[in-house]
Every structure is written in structure tokens, then in C-alpha cells.
Unconditional design. Structure first.
Length: 469
């Protein structure tokens, strides 16, 4: 647990068991310089003798007469500097530290956000928690900036926890329960059970769900503050586990599939932060939660399904299940009056092949809406890159027996998946394929291995941009 406090104290005057000084290209920043002047140039001599240049995340620990000092390489990105510092401090034993400002007054937000991101741990299932409490005083920061960073981080933590939670714990019902917990923040939540889902006619979603003993849930959320200036409708893929079904995945690919609800997690995390921040935006969210398993009841390759939209789909691969659940969720969202849709899903391995594990693929049926989300992601520091909704590939989805089939061929798999989704909506749609960045295979500047909470901050920035045109 990390606590951030704004303080007027400078490094030279303040009292703390540990003081953190930034180093950029072998040089101290202003507060570090002032402290060094008092120490008679000890720090400068140390930097030179150690040839400490201060690459991002590099550190030098000094036990001076004055107290303990940590010289820390800032690098270029203040958010990442915060993330790296939080992780480094987690490895030291100090319960408290005073941190030098990295930027001018009133610009502590990215550093604070990074500190929160980097301090995240998932230890719920460890018999012995290793996490210690850490309180940081941020010199020159403003209380409001830290407050905002904390509320954003709460949404990201919420999403990361959901992704990290094992699939025997986080089944569709548990995901729905988690959504219901948001009611305490003023979010309206409606959960439909299997009968209600059937009555609506979500034949594609139900087909994916039917192989499991754990029943599906359809989750609708609404946050409608008084004076809302815009409306944003979100859809998130909510596969609490994806075995591939009869088109079974090999074990190594299945290992990350507890995270196949990362789109849903991002949506829920964004609701949490939006409500905490009180953003003047009406948010709607839709999640078709189920798991894709094998049994005597599971759907088959060759099955023809009737979607909520009325279109029929021939299943040519049971591992292309996300798009089936999303087809019904998207059609439902539009029925509820969505003017535009932002959908997030761990949809294809092909997106990871195209852009690697750090960059999400962005598809837009309307250029202006796509550009708005792209810019929001850029401000959020979440990496996305546009891919084309190439109409020429639409024919790959032709079926001899139904309106569509659920897979194309091996080429352009992320694109054909996006084209499939676009068949089920009329309003402008942005589809973010987050299969790469949703789950980190190793620790990174903004957090440990596991769920990243990718998408939460892009949704928040998008919502904010709609509220303040
Ligand atoms: N959930 C997977 C996509 C995925 C892959 C997410 C890797 C995260 C990491 C999805 O349901 C899937 O299995 N997609 C198939 C589609 C194929 C059968 C057309 C894939 O990408 O292999
Ligand atoms: Mn799959
Ligand atoms: Zn999947």
C-alpha cells in the first residue's frame, strides 16, 4: 500500500528517513543541488566518482551523516519514473520518504500516477503478504493532483485485480457480483441470468456459454450524474476463461486465458474511476460474461447460431468465441440508444503478432471517432496504433450456409475479427484489440507481471474529452 502526501518541505529543509533525488544525464535537479550545497558538494563528487549517469531506473543509495539518500535516474517519462521509483522503494525497507519534484510546480500528476501504478501488488492468494506500507511526501505537489491520481489508480487496480484473479474464483457470476459492488458509488447495475439472456435472443453469446456448468451473466451498467455533458457507451469482452472449446488451445496459450475478461475489467475499472472522480459524463457499459469450455453440451464447429441482431453465423472455430459474445453485446448496446461505441477486447493473437505485446490495435468505423480515442490513448500514455478495416477482406467471412462465418483465414486475423464485429453495429464503433497489452509476461515500469489495467485510462481520457469539447 502506498500513500502520497503533498508537502511544501524541500529536500534541504525537510526531515525524512529517506530522501529521493532525481538524476538526469549525470546532473542533479534544483532541490538536489540545494541539498548538495549544504553537504559541501558531496553528492556531485559521488556522482562523478561512481560515474553515475542516471539511466532511467538506475539508483545509487547513500548513507550520509545527514540521513539516507537515494539518487534515482529519472529518464524521460515522469509517469514511468514514478513507476520505477515505487518498485525500487518497495525493495527497500523504508516506511517513509521525501521525494524531490520532477517537474515544475503543479505538474506532479504524471509522477503521482506512475507511483501508484508501480506500487500495485496482487497478493490475495499468498499465505504471507510481503507488501509493506509506504508513505511518500511529494515536495511541491498539490493535494488535488494526488487525489486525482489516486482515483484513477483505484480504477486501474480494480481492473488489474480482476485480470489477476484466477478463473476458478472469478467466474461469470463473480464478475457480475464485482460489477454490483459499484452500486455503492452510485452506478446502476443490472444483471441478467441465463433465462433472461435467452428471452432476449442472444443466441451467439449463449452458444459460447453453453459448454460450462457455470451460468453466463449479462451485465449492464449506467452512471448518469446530474448535468452530464455527453454520453459514452462501452462494451468489454468478458470471457472469464477461454479454453478454446473444441478448437482447443494448447496449454501454453491457455495459461493467460484467465485474462480474457480484460476488456470487461477495463470497463468496470473505468466506471469505478469515473464515479470516484465525478466526471460529468453519462457512461453506459455492457458485458457478456461467460466461459468457453468443453463438455457434452458445448457448441461445435459447424453449428449455426442466431444472433440478437437476427444475423446468422456459422461457427468455423470455437476459439473465435469473443466476437460471438461481442456481436450480441454490441447489438444490445445499440438497442439501448448508444450514439457511439467504444469496445475493448482481448480478441486476437493476430493483433499481438502485428503490433507486439505492448501496443493495442485500434479499428474505427468512423475516422473522427477513431482519432478522438487515439488521441485520448496518447494522453493517457497507453500505446495504440490504427489498423485498417479493410473492406476487401469482408469476403473472407462469407459462409455457404449462414449470413457469416466466425473466422477468416490465417492472414489479417485481427482485421477480419474487427470486420466481423462491425457487422453488428450501425453507430460509429471503435474496437480496441488489447490482446497484447492487457497482460504483462514480466514486470514493467508501471507494474508487476500480470494484468495491466490497459484501457482504463484511455476510457477516462475519452470520457473527459467528450465532456469538455
Ligand atoms: N482470447 C483469444 C485471443 C488472445 C490471444 C488473447 C492471445 C490474448 C492473448 C481469442 O478468443 C482467440 O482465441 N482468438 C483466436 C482467433 C482465431 C481462432 C481466429 C486466435 O487469436 O488464435
Ligand atoms: Mn478464443
Ligand atoms: Zn478469447
Amino acid at each position: 500500500m502506498i500513500t502520497l502526501r503533498a508537502t511544501r518541505a524541500t529536500l534541504a529543509e525537510g526531515q525524512a528517513p529517506l530522501k529521493v533525488l532525481w538524476v538526469r544525464e549525470g546532473r542533479l535537479l534544483p532541490q538536489g543541488e540545494a541539498l548538495d550545497a549544504r553537504l559541501g558538494g558531496l553528492l556531485r563528487r559521488t556522482l562523478e566518482e561512481a560515474r553515475f549517469h542516471g539511466e532511467a531506473g538506475e539508483s545509487l543509495f547513500l548513507a550520509a551523516a545527514e540521513g539516507h539518500l537515494l539518487l534515482f535516474g529519472a529518464g524521460e517519462d515522469p509517469r514511468q519514473a514514478g513507476g520505477r521509483l515505487a518498485q525500487a522503494l518497495g525493495r527497500l525497507a523504508f516506511p517513509e520518504a521525501l521525494v524531490e519534484p520532477l517537474e515544475a510546480e503543479g505538474k506532479a500528476y504524471p509522477l503521482a500516477e506512475g507511483l501508484y501504478m508501480g506500487a500495485y501488488r496482487f497478493e490475495r492468494h499468498k499465505s504471507q503478504a510481503r507488501e509493506k506500507a509506504l508513505t511518500l511526501g511529494l515536495s511541491g505537489a498539490q493535494e488535488e493532483e494526488l487525489e486525482r491520481a489516486r482515483k484513477v489508480a483505484e480504477g486501474v487496480y480494480f481492473a488489474r485485480d480482476l485480470v489477476n484473479e484466477p478463473p476458478n474464483v472469478l467466474n461469470p457470476e463473480a464478475l457480475a457480483e464485482t460489477a454490483l459492488s459499484l452500486e455503492a458509488l452510485g452506478v446502476e447495475v443490472e444483471v441478467l441470468d441465463e433465462e433472461a439472456i435467452r428471452a432476449l435472443g442472444m443466441g451467439a453469446f449463449l452458444a459460447v456459454a453453453q459448454g460450462s456448468e457455470n451460468p453466463p451473466r449479462f451485465i449492464s451498467l449506467r452512471y448518469a450524474p446530474e448535468g452530464a455533458k455527453a454520453r459514452l457507451d462501452l462494451v468489454g469482452k468478458g470471457l472469464t476463461f477461454d479454453s478454446g472449446g473444441y478448437s482447443l488451445k494448447p496449454t501454453e496459450s491457455m495459461a493467460a486465458m484467465k485474462g480474457d475478461m480484460a476488456g470487461a475489467a477495463a470497463v468496470l475499472g473505468a466506471f469505478r474511476s469515473t464515479a470516484l472522480l465525478g466526471l460529468p459524463v453519462e457512461l453506459r457499459g455492457y458485458i457478456a460474461a461467460c466461459e468457453n469450455l468443453i463438455s457434452g453440451r458445448a457448441y461445435r464447429v459447424g453449428d449455426v447460431l442466431k444472433t440478437l441482431s437476427g444475423k446468422t453465423v456459422e461457427v468455423m472455430n470455437t476459439d473465435a468465441e469473443g466476437r460471438l459474445t461481442l456481436a450480441d453485446a454490441l447489438a444490445y448496446a445499440e438497442r439501448q440508444g448508444a450514439e457511439r461505441l467504444l469496445e475493448l477486447s482481448t480478441l486476437t493473437g493476430a493483433a499481438v503478432v502485428a503490433l507486439g505485446e505492448e501496443v493495442a490495435a485500434l479499428f474505427a468505423t468512423e475516422a473522427a471517432w477513431g482519432e478522438r480515442v487515439r488521441q485520448a490513448a496518447e494522453r493517457a500514455g497507453e500505446k495504440v496504433w490504427p489498423l485498417p478495416l479493410e473492406g476487401a477482406y469482408r469476403e473472407k467471412l462469407k459462409s455457404p450456409v449462414a449470413d457469416l462465418k466466425n473466422v477468416g483465414d490465417r492472414q489479417g486475423g485481427a482485421i477480419t475479427a474487427a470486420l466481423f464485429l462491425a457487422e453488428f453495429v450501425g453507430v460509429p464503433l471503435v474496437h480496441l484489440d488489447i490482446a497484447g497489452p492487457a497482460f504483462a509476461k514480466k514486470a514493467h515500469p508501471l507494474g508487476p507481471e500480470g494484468g495491466t489495467g490497459f484501457g482504463v485510462r484511455t476510457i477516462l481520457e475519452t470520457a473527459q474529452s467528450l465532456a469538455a469539447p
